[in-house]
Design a protein around this ligand. Structure first.
Ligand code: MUC
Length: 96
């Protein structure tokens, strides 16, 4: 199942800088592992914002939930999740 997930990150300005850097490093590794495995299909920066729009390919709603809850930056994120399905006008043979 495909989902578009929009993530807005807001780390408090007074949050410890070293701790924030460590969380961002863990987040990057977690994200890149999921990208390599095909679960995190796409990630795009929203220009000018500490936000991204991502496409996840997971088995079901519960798998998406578990994946998102495990994001190291999750406590500092606001998310919007949108389920996706194929568009009838798509010229692609599959959802790649
Ligand atoms: O920077 C972000 O958009 C937040 C988060 C998502 C992946 C990652 O590496 O960081």
């Amino acid at each position: 199942m495909l989902f578009m997930v929009e993530m807005d990150v807001a780390i408090p300005l007074d949050f410890d800088a070293d701790e924030a850097a460590a969380l961002k490093a863990r987040e990057k590794a977690y994200s890149q592992d999921l990208q390599a495995s095909g679960v995190w299909r796409h990630i795009w920066r929203k220009a000018g914002l500490y936000s991204n729009v991502s496409i996840f390919d997971v088995a079901d709603n519960a798998a998406l939930h578990d994946t998102l809850m495990a994001l190291p930056l999750y406590p500092f994120m606001t998310m919007k999740v949108t389920p996706l399905c194929r568009h009838p006008s798509s010229i692609r043979d599959d959802d790649s």
